[in-house]
Ligand binder design. Structure first.
Ligand code: GLN
Length: 536
């Protein structure tokens, strides 16, 4: 069977949840035994989102192979329980970068290099790369942006050509659109969808299926109107109504027949979907026995998407522990030793988040100190772990001026220091210690109990590290290095044994948590917080 391609475009407005629809369709096809991956095409000029501010773009999702990618890849991994790679995310910046590099090497043999065909060919070759790997029955391609945007045009044109090149029967075009409800008129309105489909069709791409986001159920007459005006069959108008949880969306899409329409149109051979585990998971997410509250201390908390994978890892770990984890968002800029007790009172766990730069550091340090002294379960991730180490050095080891050289280059006690291979780096993009590295876990530690094994691999994104030259002061004073990178002897996990649960990790465990395989440290942290709440 040759690889089938499903292209998903979005219309009317952004933020309709195209990533969730792609991930949900992917889940349904995986549940039918197909091998599926999802690719995101992003129409911006950055080569990748790695250099973008979290306010701008939300979380940067790092893959096993060290690519800094769009946060939608996180949804794909969490829903499909797959691993994505650099190939799964392509931006306009990357496409142009590759084309310009080829041009400099003379690869175009003196031709004028143009958007059509050179840029559109390059886009096609990026899409085909996944199919040509031979690993997939279906590649779902999410096209970022909204139909009608100038930036999206080369992508739509590339898809139009690609449908022709690989054969119409091997491709499908799905358009995600909005049917808004006008309360003054008391009606759902189809006109924006009609216009969006018209714009798409003018570019040569007629959708085969319309997925319609709506706050209210779509009755037969609305569906009929959409079908008629947009030139699709009635059964190809799929309602996507607001769900209780994003993880319910695959089930709602199945009820609407999205997967059946797709397999019929693409003539895919599949078995009946096996969704038992997924149904159980959604039930656990939507009907937990208890609720606990965990503080998330960070400097980008106004923008929850900055911590997307952490939030989702809590959903997975919560379902596993039969609790709902509600997050108390704490802005670290406003936190200090005077108000920390009040700000964090009543929470059953404290997570200090990843981040870059010195803003809000003292607030994070006071949150660590509070968790350590009040014996509240604590989880420090990347910068959060570095804060835990600085706090320990200052308040337990007595090195009151200990710091990271990221915030104070002249500190007398650089307990966190830049990695030697990062010292002379000038280019910011893609140059951190990125991606999957080994970690040996020491037996009889919180980390070992959580993982149940002494060899793990986790993803990284950082330039600084516990300073090996002076790290013995920490262990001499009781901090346990429970995880080490065997190749470079770097500290990966620290913990305090005389505590209900106090763990800091240099890596990003949240990036490997999926609905079907919740990340072990998150599960253990939530379990400890549940115990702290007295639910056990
Ligand atoms: N700023 C820190 C470093 O570069 C931590 C990075 C992070 O939290 N991802 O090492």
């Amino acid at each position: 069977m040759s690889t089938k391609y499903i292209f998903v475009t979005g219309g009317v407005t952004s933020s309709l949840g195209k990533g969730i629809i792609c991930a949900s369709l992917g889940r349904l096809l995986v549940a039918r035994g197909l091998k599926v991956t999802v690719q995101k095409l992003d129409p911006y000029i950055n080569v990748d989102p790695g250099t973008m501010n979290p306010y701008e773009h939300g979380e940067v999702f790092v893959t096993d192979d060290g690519a800094e990618t769009d946060l939608d890849l996180g949804h794909y991994e969490r829903f499909l329980d797959i691993r994505t790679t650099q190939t799964n995310n392509v931006t306009t910046g990357r496409v142009y970068y590759d084309v310009i590099n080829k041009e400099r090497k003379g690869a175009y043999l003196g031709k004028t290099v143009q958007v059509i065909p050179h840029i559109t060919d390059e886009i096609q070759s990026h899409v085909l790369k996944l199919g040509q790997s031979g690993n997939y029955d279906v590649v779902i391609v999410e096209i970022g942006g909204t139909v009608g945007d100038i930036e999206s045009l080369p992508y739509i044109e590339a898809v139009r050509q690609l449908r022709y090149n690989v054969g119409r029967a091997n491709t499908l075009s799905i358009h995600l659109t909005l049917i808004p409800y006008l309360s003054a008129a008391g009606e759902l309105k189809t006109k924006p969808t009609q216009h969006s489909v018209k714009t798409l069709s003018e570019s040569g791409l007629q959708p085969d299926i319309l997925v319609c986001r709506t706050e209210y159920p779509l009755d037969e007459s609305i569906r009929g109107k959409v079908a008629r005006f947009c030139n699709v069959d009635l059964e190809d108008v799929i309602e996507s109504i607001d769900a209780r949880s994003i993880y319910e969306v695959p089930l709602l899409m199945q009820k609407e027949g999205l997967d059946t329409r797709v397999i019929e149109k693409l003539k895919l051979e599949t078995h009946q979907p096996d969704l038992d585990q997924w149904i159980q998971f959604v039930d656990a997410v939507c009907n937990p026995s208890h609720e606990i509250e965990i503080a998330l201390v960070g400097k980008y908390v106004e923008h929850h998407d900055s911590y997307k994978s952490i939030v989702e890892a809590f959903v997975h770990a919560g379902a596993m522990n039969d609790v709902k984890v509600s997050i108390r968002w704490i802005q670290s800029d406003n936190l200090d030793t005077n108000n920390v007790a009040q700000a964090l009172s009543g929470v059953q766990g404290i997570l200090v988040a990843p981040g870059f730069g010195g803003r809000g550091i003292e607030g994070k340090l006071s949150a660590v100190q509070y968790a350590r002294e009040q014996k509240i379960p604590f989880f420090g991730i990347c910068l959060g772990m570095q804060c835990a180490v600085i706090e320990y050095a200052r308040n337990v080891c007595g090195l009151t001026e200990a710091n990271s050289t990221e915030f104070d280059e002249t500190t007398p006690h650089p307990i966190i220091d830049i990695m030697y291979d990062q010292k002379n780096i000038e280019n910011m993009g893609g140059t951190m210690r990125l991606g999957k590295y080994n970690c040996s876990v020491i037996p009889n530690t919180f980390a070992y109990h959580a993982y149940g094994t002494d060899q793990v691999q986790e993803r990284h994104r950082h330039r600084y590290e516990v300073n090996n030259e002076i790290r013995s002061v920490l262990s001499d004073n009781g901090l346990v290095f429970s995880g080490l990178n065997p190749e470079r002897d770097l500290v990966e996990i620290v913990e305090i044994p005389q505590h209900p649960w106090f763990v800091g990790v240099q890596f990003h465990p949240e990036l490997r948590s999926t609905a079907s395989n919740p990340q072990a440290l998150f599960v253990a942290f939530v379990k400890a917080a549940k115990k702290q709440a007295g639910f056990e």
